[in-house]
Design a binder for this molecule. Structure first.
Ligand code: PLP
Length: 374
């Protein structure tokens, strides 16, 4: 049996068998900080490629069941390197609701690279089909669950639509890491992660990752873009990310359990008008989520009957849920998302985004209840 025989993501993450232990028997990965290498032994210069990030790339490749992985200095570096590598003239189909900073980049900045984008209403497969410009559309972008309404898109169906049109399917799977969803198995061509979030899981590393099902010309161009823009992930960050990934499976189970408890409590709270969580049976994407997710993850949003003012007040009153941006750490966070995303955002102004952490669920519920009370 070789190291690759163990394919279950929980085993790959927890064991990291074959990573760093071949020569010394060490059971934990090493920091490999060298930036330059003696010629003739495979590596040349770290900005292009180096063993400092090779270990984490191998673990992420195995976790997603891909052919190759690349890590980047941030999720944005990963996503933009991938998109610009489609080449000038490429058309992209992307969701209306997705990580707002990347959406803004696609709409406002990507044209400077010769890229154009058409937005589709989330989860709507007919709208994806209609948005595709035959011959011109090179990629369909899907974020599922999508930030911050946690709408769900059927990955398998989206892959078929993209492939029928000769386009690639790219999935931002940041909130559904590979112990929850494995998009490449469902037909996606490239998976992207803000590894800053659940993959690392401790709010102490900024990182991005791409995993591909084919080491093709596009992948070569992405590698070139990473080196060209200098968006390579540093060796210390790579090591910290590996350390975070080891507990991925148990963390995600607890995130999912806690989020389900919080969602149920919020449903019963009169201050809450909507609970947006794919684990709830009345969530519009619940049936598809059940098919393509193992657990529903730690992200949800609530909308308040008291509107914007109530939302602005509540984030100042939570004690355990820290009022901060980002997501995916052990600690719970709450954010009034609309004002952060600005006037172009489709996010309702009464929406609070919750990153449900690993604390005791009763404590989390009590904190929200006191913050939402009169
Ligand atoms: N994709 C999603 C879903 C995100 O939430 C984020 C960041 O919040 C990104 C991409 C961008 O990642 P990063 O902040 O690591 O650049």
């Amino acid at each position: 049996m070789n190291d690759d025989s163990f394919t279950d993501p929980a085993t790959v993450a927890a064991s990291m068998i074959g990573i760093s232990d071949a020569e010394t028997g060490d059971v934990a990965p090493h920091v490999k900080p060298a930036t330059t290498y003696k010629y003739g032994q495979g590596y040349v210069y770290y900005r292009d490629n180096g063993p400092g990030m090779g270990d984490v790339e191998e673990v992420l490749r195995r976790l997603e069941g891909g052919k190759a992985a690349m890590v980047f200095a941030s999720g944005m570096a990963a996503a933009t390197s991938l998109l610009v590598s489609l080449g000038s003239g490429a058309h992209i189909v992307a969701p209306e609701t997705m990580y707002w900073f990347l959406r803004n980049w696609m709409v406002k900045d990507a044209p400077a690279f010769g890229l154009s984008v058409t937005l589709y209403p989330n989860g709507n497969l007919d709208a994806i089909k209609a948005a595709i410009a035959p011959g011109k559309t090179k990629a369909v972008w899907v974020e599922t669950p999508a930030n911050p309404d946690w709408s769900i898109t059927d990955i398998k169906a989206a892959a078929d639509i993209a492939h029928d049109a000769g386009a690639k399917l790219f999935i931002d799977s940041t909130t559904a890491p590979p112990v929850i969803t494995r998009p490449l198995e469902l037909g996606a061509d490239v998976v992207m992660h803000s590894a800053t979030k659940f993959l690392n899981g401790h709010s102490d590393v900024l990182a991005g990752a791409l995993i591909t099902n084919e080491a093709n010309d596009l992948w070569e161009r992405v590698h070139h873009a990473r080196a060209g823009f200098g968006g390579t992930l540093g060796a210390f960050e790579s090591w910290l990310l590996l350390r975070g990934v080891r507990t991925l499976d148990v963390r995600m189970q607890r995130h999912s359990e806690n989020a389900m408890r919080v969602a149920d409590a919020m449903l019963a709270n009169p201050a809450v008008s909507h609970v947006l969580y794919p684990g709830l049976p009345d969530h519009p994407g619940h049936d598809i989520a059940k098919k393509q997710m193992k657990g529903f993850g730690g992200m949800m949003s609530i909308r308040l009957t008291g509107g914007t003012d109530a939302a602005a007040r509540a984030v100042l009153r939570t004690k355990l849920f820290r009022n901060a941006t980002s997501l995916g750490g052990t600690e719970s966070l709450i954010e009034h998302r609309g004002p952060v995303e600005g006037p172009d955002s489709p996010t309702p102004q009464d929406l609070l985004r919750l990153s449900v952490g690993l604390e005791n669920a009763d404590d989390l519920i009590a904190d929200l209840e006191q913050a939402l009370g009169q």
